[in-house]
Design a protein around this ligand. Structure first.
Ligand SMILES: [Zn+2]
Length: 417
């Protein structure tokens, strides 16, 4: 992935996460919130036909209120489909619509469309419930590790990927290794030798299968995990069958009972701690570098104003943002042309501001208010700065949020700002 694409996906992921958080807060008073997942190869006309069908079936809903709400949601979605030509955009899209409780017995109709999610929408789903269906999207946004998976015993093997939270089985092999019982008339020695040879051949075959899949991606892979019964997986790893670079990135080996495709899923469960640790590891490295620069170097910046100034100068190499930051920024301009900004909690109302240059009180205006993360990512994108979201699941990640306002950066060079 080029750096440009990486930034695009940072921003896109953030936009998606925001919409998902918003949708999760909504509740319908009945089964009336519609979610539709559309794969990229699905014809828009098919989707429209499906919605028409649901619309006519909704006429059987007994509660008038629910019936009207569902039909309104479907009409709104069908209207939105008119913006699309033959098929949805790349990776498909997800549509949400429904009448949500807005308090005091009132409802509000909302419609949201998310185009081109980070992973392809795999299958068409129509879902009508009292809550929006956001799980599949959340999975796509989960921290994106890329891991190679291998499960094997002496009879069969499977290799595949773990992409984010998604297991993707890719290839399998089965062996001709004879059982432990030799046939009558065969010498015990010869039998044992043939059996060892067959095992060795099978390990080579499994390694080849893994090398074919993983070597080309070895610079992107976060690690390889291997599963199976003992001593098979140990023999396989100790025998150095894998390409040496893959061998070096083995994070661990785990006992799993099955070595068919389901074994790949068992392996991911068994390796849970190692995987979680690896995910947070990258965030830890970023924060360690930040603190090192803060204490002993000159290439750290933090807080909204300082980081923003450095971003505009193009001096920020990596923008570090806390995953739990939920703030807005309001821009104020007094009649003397002084521009100032204030960062406020997203749940608070916009207030008035006293200009620190001339003392004039400027009225707060929601039009000049925006999400602080979007504000910074926009500048970062223009300056070729990478954005990293940092989890709060470790001490220094927590500190980024509590001690630095959730915003920091590692500079390309010292700026003295
Ligand atoms: Zn002023």
């Amino acid at each position: 992935m080029s750096q440009q694409e990486q930034e695009k996906s940072d921003k896109q992921k953030y936009d998606f996460r925001k919409v998902i958080e918003e949708l999760q807060e909504y509740e319908g008073s009945g089964t009336q919130l519609v979610s539709i997942y559309i794969p990229e190869d699905r014809l828009i006309s098919d989707v429209a036909a499906h919605i028409t069908q649901e619309h006519s079936e909704a006429s059987n809903i007994k509660s008038k209120q629910t019936r009207t709400a569902v039909q309104d949601a479907l009409t709104s979605l069908k209207d939105r489909l008119k913006y699309y030509d033959v098929r949805p955009p790349e990776n498909g899209m997800v549509m949400f619509s429904g009448a949500i409780n807005s308090g005091g017995g009132q409802t509000d109709m909302i419609t949201r469309v998310l185009e081109s999610p980070p992973d392809p929408v795999e299958s068409f789903r129509y879902h009508c419930d009292s809550a929006f269906l956001t799980d599949p999207l959340e999975h796509m946004l989960a921290d994106k590790g890329l891991f190679g998976l291998i499960v094997l015993d002496r009879r069969e093997a499977n290799v595949g990927w773990l992409k984010g939270k998604r297991v993707e089985p890719v290839k399998s092999a089965s062996s001709l290794v004879p059982g432990k019982q030799r046939k009558g008339g065969q010498s015990a020695q010869r039998f044992a030798r043939l059996r060892l040879e067959a095992i060795d051949n099978f390990y080579q075959e499994v390694a080849e299968m893994a090398n074919d899949l993983f070597v080309a991606k070895r610079h992107e892979i976060d690690g390889i995990i291997v599963g199976g019964p003992s001593p098979t997986k140990d023999e396989f790893l100790d025998g150095d069958y894998l390409h040496h670079e893959l061998q070096d990135s083995v994070l661990g080996k785990f006992d799993v009972s099955y070595t068919d495709e389901s074994g790949l899923y068992d392996l991911v469960d068994a390796a849970e701690d190692v995987l979680a640790e690896t995910e947070v590891m990258k965030d830890k490295e970023q924060m360690n570098e930040f603190f090192k620069e803060l204490h002993d170097g000159e290439k750290a910046t933090y807080g909204f104003e300082q980081t923003r100034r450095n971003l505009i100068m193009g001096s920020v190499d990596r923008l570090l943002i806390s995953e739990d930051l939920r703030d807005d920024v309001v821009t104020y301009e007094c009649s003397n042309g002084h521009e100032e900004r204030e960062v406020i909690d997203r749940r608070k109302n916009t207030s008035d501001h006293e200009c620190s240059e001339c003392g004039e009180v400027v009225e707060g205006d929601d039009e000049n208010r925006e999400d602080v993360i979007e504000h910074l990512i926009d500048i970062a994108e223009q300056r070729g700065t990478e954005t990293k979201f940092i989890s709060t699941d470790f001490e220094k990640g927590e500190q980024l949020l509590t001690a630095f306002g959730g915003i920091a950066g590692i500079l390309r060079y010292s700026t003295g700002v």
